[in-house]
Every structure is written in C-alpha cells, then in structure tokens.
Design a protein around this ligand. Structure first.
Ligand code: 13P
Length: 254
C-alpha cells in the first residue's frame, strides 16, 4: 500500500548540461517500468532549472527534489535558496537535515524543524534524514538518535496526509563507505521510526508514511533491503550518479 520511492541524491556532482544528458538517458531506461515505483532525482540547485525544463518538456515520469533550502521566503540571506524559489522550479521534494548538512554546515534539529515547517507550508515534501554516527552506533544509541532527531525535527509540524513527508534513515557510518546496514538492522530502525511517527502524528498516518534507507545502496544490495517490511525505498548517493546502476536499483524487483 506504500508506493516505493527511490531517490537519487546527487550531492555536489554534475553540471546542468550533464544533468540534462543524464535525465534523458534515465528516462530512456525507465520507459517501460510502469508506475509501481516513484523515481526522484535531487540535483544541485544550479541544475534544477535545466532538469525541470527537460522533465517538463518531454513529460518524463521523474520527480524533482532539492538537496536543502532555507526557511525564509526572501530577504538578506546571502547564498540561501527559499521555498518560493523551489516552487518556481516545480520542485516537489526537498531533502532536509542530511547528515552532511548537519556535520559540515551546522544544521541542527532546530534548523531542521524550521525548514520542515517552511517546506510543508509551501507544498514541498520534505525527505527528512535521520541517523546515527559510528560512535553512537557502537554505543547502541541507534534508535534513540533517530527518535530525538524526529521528535525535535517534527515539533509542531502538522501534515494533512502521509504523502506530505518522507523519512530517510541514513546511518552516517554507512554513507559513502561501502558498508551498508544489514537489511535487518535497517528494518529495526525503520520500524522504530514508524512507531515514533505514530506518537507524533497517529498510527494510521504513520502506517502510510514512506521510510527510506540510505547508505551505500547499490544494485546488488537493494533487493534484500526492499524486502524488509518497514522500508519503502532508498535514498541513493554514489550509485545514483551512474545511469546503469541507478536504473538497476529502481528495477530492484524486476
Ligand atoms: P551513498 O549512497 O553514497 O552511501 O550516500 C547515501 C546518502 O547520503 C544519500 O543521501
């Protein structure tokens, strides 16, 4: 009942012309897969205009997401991108609170919360990232960290329907390391995340919210991850930069 969602987080990779080329190839590969998986790409801000243009002009069945945004609509915030600017580019998703933003750029649960609220107010669907560091993992704090990040990140957030947000469980020790969480570990975290979402919203809504796993997802490990009961998709970094690999991930059940 939860439609799987596979999203590519390109991080700081690919120029605008590269993005257009990539999307044309990807669409060609996906032409016959039908509607059973939702596909989203999250390019850098500078690629969004070109990506939106090619997606719209050729009617591609690929959703567009941004990798971050600021919570104010406009003003003296040098270097920032507002939700109105993303609306103007027909972006539908926005990644919020990625661990790289938290670790390298000072993102906190408080700023995540402001961004999530602003995204929802502007009809952008946040993909909220949570996940523990290696030290936290080794101390057995996995579930506590995800819970705190969600409770604080979603404080005062109201959603009308489950489709309004996606949660990505991304253990930091698995990102870009080639060491993914086992499907069972990822599912334990996802199940706990769903319980926490149930206490924040309602268990009915939580049962419908999609939870992704992210961290060294590749064409060889995706099927086992997707078989888990509480995992509804993947947020893919490195392997989303290669059309062939990303296509194999999207076609995980073919
Ligand atoms: P990798 O797939 O490269 O490990 O990155 C995961 C990630 O951070 C997606 O947001």
């Amino acid at each position: 009942m939860r439609k799987p969602i596979i999203a590519g987080n390109w991080k700081m990779n690919m120029t605008a012309s590269h993005a257009v080329f990539f999307l044309q190839f990807l669409e060609e590969e996906l032409r016959y897969i039908g509607e059973d998986v939702e596909v989203v790409v999250c390019p850098p801000f500078t690629d969004l205009r070109s990506a939106a243009t090619v997606i719209e002009a050729d009617n591609f069945n690929i959703g567009l997401g941004a990798q971050d945004m600021y919570w104010e609509e406009k003003g003296a915030f040098t270097g920032e991108i507002s939700p109105l600017m993303l609306n103007d580019l027909r972006v539908s998703y926005v990644i919020i609170g990625h661990s790289e933003r938290r670790n390298f750029f000072g993102e906190t649960n408080v700023t995540v919360n402001k961004k999530v609220k602003a995204a929802i107010a502007h009809h952008l669907k946040p993909i909220i990232c949570v996940g523990e560091s290696l030290d936290e993992h080794n101390r057995g704090e996995t579930l506590d960290i995800a819970q705190t990040q969600l409770v604080e990140g979603l404080k005062g957030v109201a959603i009308k329907k489950a489709d309004d947000l996606v949660v990505a469980y991304e253990p930091i020790w698995a990102i870009g390391t080639g060491r993914n969480a086992t499907p069972a570990e990822a599912n334990d975290a996802a199940r706990h995340i769903r319980t926490v979402l149930g206490s924040i919203f309602s268990s009915d809504l939580a049962g419908k919210i999609r939870i992704q796993y992210g961290g060294s997802v590749n064409p060889d490990n995706i099927s086992a991850i997707m078989k888990e009961s509480d995992i509804d998709g993947a947020l893919v970094g490195g392997a989303s930069l290669d059309v062939a690999d990303f296509t194999r991930i999207i076609k995980y059940n073919k």
